[in-house]
Design a binder for this molecule. Structure first.
Ligand code: ZN
Length: 413
């Protein structure tokens, strides 16, 4: 059998050639679309494969996912569902109020404000703000939390009107949204147009360095068109009249990076930026060889996970999943894990319960089902909330249940 060479695709940021290094297969569903059991599976599937740009180093999906399919009116994830995430945003709001938002008449914009967990304390402090949130049901939650919210996508169409009504933004902020915006160049241009002379654009996202180190291949899914590094963010910023001036590691959602961009020359880049760039160079993070090795490791995880689940089935063990996450969709589809290997998936989000997972249609049940009929093993799809979940479900381990984790390698804990 001969394989057809993959034709090069153009980088979304700089139009140079993107070389594919990991193919996670076809048939991937929209990761946050949770059908009901009686629904026919969504026909909108796509191929999930990742490549890196030979010019600007940006790691990105090869195939496009139409964004109107991504964020629907019944988007099930809200920030306040996780206590850890809620606490994190409350702390961050306090920090912003004490620093960037301290000047006269500050104005803050959040791109993808979700249920307003971050903006609610900003609103309570009397700071002018607006949150953009395309999912109508989630935007309504933000509105009820006292946040000024627009149930819309943030794009260039808002620039003139916002500058007219509110003036330039002191802070533009976004958490785990920017990497899902296909037109990254257009977004940066829009941000630069809205940003006050001394303002900052702060965004948080999964970090390529963590993904490679943890072999967290499940960070690759439709909402992550890009996996950023300091190098690729700096290169993208420079192309669009912005400058990377700070980079800080963050611990929520499995880890990530908080990048701060400003107008060029307005802020001195911090030592953290230099250190992170040097670290990435030392690790050869943007070297194709490193990414190829990562791809080999991912294929090994698939092999080991499937072999483990098949062995447990042969031994008559009851295995379920924990966390009906977007990341889990990548794992189920790529590893071809169906209800024969994992009976059901537990999730504490009521909107997901009674529905099925987007990939492989596994039933989603509440944690009470898990407690009532404990399995022998639970695959921890929500590994990024591991501490929170394992503490909450301590009875499971006390009764002899074991957690099966697949990053950075398949192991039982
Ligand atoms: Zn590029």
């Amino acid at each position: 059998m001969t394989s057809t060479p993959v034709p090069p695709v153009a980088c979304r940021v700089c139009a140079a050639e993107v070389q594919e290094f990991l193919d996670l297969g076809t048939g991937h569903p929209i990761s946050q679309h949770f059908p009901r059991p009686q629904d026919t599976p969504t026909p909108q599937t796509y191929r999930l494969a990742v490549g890196f740009c030979v010019e600007c180093t940006m790691v990105q999906l090869i195939d496009d996912v139409p964004r109107e399919h991504l964020f629907t009116t019944d988007y099930p994830f809200t920030s306040s569902d996780s206590v850890v995430v809620s606490d994190y945003f409350r702390d961050l709001a306090g920090q912003l109020l004490d620093t960037e938002l301290r000047g006269p008449s500050p104005f803050m914009i959040e791109i993808g404000c979700n249920d307003g967990t971050l903006l609610a304390p900003i609103a309570a402090a009397g700071v002018r703000h607006v949150g953009f949130e395309p999912s109508a049901n989630v935007a309504e939650k933000a509105r009820r939390a006292g946040v000024t919210v627009r149930p819309a996508f943030f794009d260039s169409a808002v620039v003139d009107e916002l500058l007219e009504s509110e003036g330039p933004a002191t802070v533009l902020f976004s958490s785990y949204v920017i990497s899902g915006i296909t037109e990254l160049g257009s977004l940066f241009t829009t941000v630069a147009a809205l940003l006050a002379a001394d303002g900052v654009f702060i965004f948080e996202d999964a970090y390529l360095g963590d993904v490679v180190q943890d072999r967290a291949f499940d960070q690759i899914y439709d909402e992550h068109v890009y996996l950023f590094s300091a190098h690729s963010v700096q290169a993208a910023a420079e192309r669009h009249a912005l400058e990377l001036v700070d980079a800080q590691r963050i611990s929520v959602r499995g880890g990530g990076m908080r990048y701060t961009l400003a107008h060029p020359g307005r802020r001195l880049p911090t030592r953290a930026v230099r250190e992170l760039l040097n670290e990435e160079t030392d690790r050869a993070l943007n070297d194709p060889t490193t990414l190829m090795r990562f791809a080999d490791d991912v294929r090994q995880i698939k092999h080991d996970l499937v072999a483990t689940l098949e062995r447990l089935r042969a031994e008559g063990r009851k295995v379920v999943g924990y966390g009906a996450t977007a990341k889990g969709a990548t794992v189920l589809q790529y590893c071809d894990i169906g209800p024969d290997l994992i009976e059901y998936v537990v999730d504490s989000t009521p909107a997901k319960q009674g529905h099925v997972t987007p990939a492989k249609q596994l039933p989603i049940r509440p944690p009470s089902a898990f407690a009532a009929d404990p399995p022998d093993y639970a695959v921890l799809f929500a590994w990024f909330h591991a501490t929170e979940i394992i503490t909450r479900e301590k009875d499971f381990a006390a009764r002899g249940g074991r957690w099966l984790v697949y990053v950075p390698e398949v192991h039982v804990r």
